[in-house]
Ligand binder design. Structure first.
Ligand code: 5GP
Ligand code: MG
Length: 192
């Protein structure tokens, strides 16, 4: 698999993000709200790169459809979200692509009456963004390619890769062969 962003570069940028959040939210009631499941690797690394008191919370977002190549209807499950009233929230996701997911998350989080809401992502596919919103914090801007690793999956695999990679056709086929029941979940929406 082609490595797009090596492990060491991710580590550097995630530490920088932790430093920025620590400065900007010093003395503030910060909750970092990780979006399941793709953000879990980033969440674990990022919170250990911060130096201020903060809380961690989780929300689930997924786009399901029959076809692997098309994004489906966005579903947000906020049953795990604790009280955010009056708190400063940073929604943390793996990737900001079209932006529909983050846009939906903003609406869902607003219902909890937080003091402020910002977004942070590892990756931003800026050329594909269609919503009137940009991530407040991002570690890398990337081209329009389907990527996996560091939390991002294809067919429920590859989340454990320590780097961000661009899978080739053989990688994708292998993942489906190993896990045929998973077919139809995350897919290369960036493909033509
Ligand atoms: P958006 O709603 O911004 O179009 O897409 C965000 C969601 O789509 C991400 O949370 C992620 O689940 C999925 N996604 C978008 N691009 C990619 C990609 O290149 N690789 C993987 N694995 N997931 C992606
Ligand atoms: Mg996601």
């Amino acid at each position: 698999m082609q490595v797009l962003i090596p492990e060491a570069e991710i580590r550097t940028r995630v530490r920088e993000l932790g430093g920025r959040l620590s400065e900007q939210y010093q003395g503030r009631p910060l909750t970092i709200l990780g979006v399941l499941t793709g953000s879990v690797v980033l969440l674990a690394d990022l919170i250990r790169a911060t130096s201020i008191p903060l809380r961690v919370a989780l929300i689930e977002a997924s786009s399901y459809s029959g076809a692997r190549t098309r994004p489906g209807v966005l579903q947000i499950d906020s049953r795990l979200v604790p009280d955010l009233k009056g708190r400063d929230v940073v929604i943390l996701d793996d990737i900001f692509d079209t932006g529909h997911t983050m846009s939906g998350l903003y609406d869902a989080v607003a219902a909890f009456e937080p003091a402020s809401v910002r977004s942070a992502v590892l990756l931003w596919k800026s050329a594909r963004t269609v919503v009137n919103l940009e991530p407040d914090y991002f570690c890398f801007q990337i081209p329009d390619a389907f990527v996996v690793g560091y939390g991002l999956d294809y067919n429920d695999e590859f989340r454990n890769l320590p780097y961000i990679g661009i899978p080739d056709d053989a990688d994708l086929q292998e993942a489906v062969r190993r896990n045929p029941d998973g077919a139809g979940r995350t897919g290369p929406t960036a493909a033509p």
